[in-house]
Ligand binder design. Sequence first.
Ligand code: NA7
Length: 536
Amino acid sequence: GIGGKVEELDVLVVGAGFAGLYQLDRLRKLGFSVKIYEAGAGLGGIWYWNCYPGARVDTNAPIYQYSREDLWRDWNFSELYPGWDEVRQYFRYVDEKLDLSRDIRFNTRVTGAEFDEDSRQWLVRADDGSTTRARYVVLCTGFAAKPYLPNLEGLEDFGGTWHHTALWPQDGLDLTGQRVGVIGTGASGVQVIQEAGRDAASVTVFQRTPNLALPMRQRKLDDEAQRRLKEEYPARFKMRAETFAAFDMDFIPQSAADLSPEERTARYEELWAKGGFHFWLATFQDVLFDQNSNNSAYEFWRDKVRARIKDPALAEKLAPTDPPHPFGTKRPCLEQNYYDIYNQDNVSLVDLRETPIQRIVANGVQTADGVHELDILVLATGFDAVTGGLTALDIRGTSGATLQDKWADGVEAHLGVATANFPNLLFVYGPQSPSGFCNGPSCAELQGDEIIDLLVHLREQGVTRIETTPAADTAWREHVAELVAPSLFVKADSWYMGANIPGKPREMLNYPGGLPTYLQKWQECKDAGYEGFVTS
Ligand code: NA7
């Protein structure tokens, strides 16, 4: 440890984003000794790392924050969908209110841990050379802690500047007047492309799969808008626990086929006009399950988007006649002028299905149709999502195996919160918990509360060791497999399915039963005396 002294804690929380800060604040008040170790130099988790031009929340601001009234009463986001810098300001505000930073060690990346059975403590190593003894470790590393860099031959030869969106330089990088290339058209790609379209001399988009992006309908929130919205906050926060993705909206309890084509289109028009995720998360309940219903949503989306793109060949690439995957089975993102900028002279699209990348060369990206000359290359290539941040850690359980070893063929984790042979290790947004299907701040609180209840329960019982049973882990895995099988999610090569990373097991990594069912499963577990866990 630092100065030869080994720090000893009841709970070591890893990560200072929404989830970690919530754990720290609540556990500290409950009398646990607790600290956060955070790899970054500041608060915010994903909002610390993702500071690329255009990085923005695509959940509406009222529910993209903590639900405590003493925190929201005097805090005003200036826009319905805040940018990363404003989210960082929010974290500073929360820090001032709750005095969190005094218990956070920044610039401290946890690298590994092993469990000391005698003391029932984890010995946690960090990259500053320290070792910490902690009875419990709560990993709040988020679902996007490990950026994915595809193997791009020749990248080291590139003479310009390149960055992954999630490892963007903290002091920024100006795109103005530059020739910018962007590989990837997920949420990060779409956001950075919009900014580049405005500022860059040229933007070359390397698209493999079109994003089925939805209209954001951004708006400024003036005092009157704030006042009106805040009247609704309590109801909106309450609704989170009652909806599939912990949002303030939910599916229409009807099949798309129940309506006449005219009525159906009218409903789609309403959802489209509302903007945000309504067209995804407040649509007919069978859109994510029934191919015909899904097709009706896709066709509506396609026709709306194509109407905005002048060049028919480009329209076919961005919004193809036939769906590239069922609508909504890869995460849609929100766009503001994404489809319009393709009408500009400085924006061009390279279809990687037709002309794949051959290699990166000194002056740009070489595809079958030549070299696309670039000053800046942005890799918006996503993440080894949900499991990647966990399996990257050299955490050795009681069998000596790491999480990487244990989950080599697939995840096993009871309630997505813990896994056998790794006693006293708990995950927020863990694999096969709501995770990537859940609005982050909502699950930081609602799933976070379950973990806090569990730790309090252990203390009350006078026990110091908890572990799931292998049978419970497997049962949860099977439960998730059963839930996802009838859905259309299985048809897409998404990060939800682990299918964006070569060689990663193909399986649903998020709980597909919706947050209310997930919370009900927790309740059943608790009612049965924390069934599936062994304590001593
Ligand atoms: P995503 O959504 O995983 O998007 C990654 C994009 O990068 C996607 O368009 C991929 O195409 C593309 N990609 C990945 N590897 C390659 C290679 N080798 N060549 C070309 N294109 C590639 O990540 P984001 O960061 O945008 O968003 C992640 C989440 O953060 C998002 O869902 C929100 O929850 C917030 P593909 O579709 O695989 O063909």
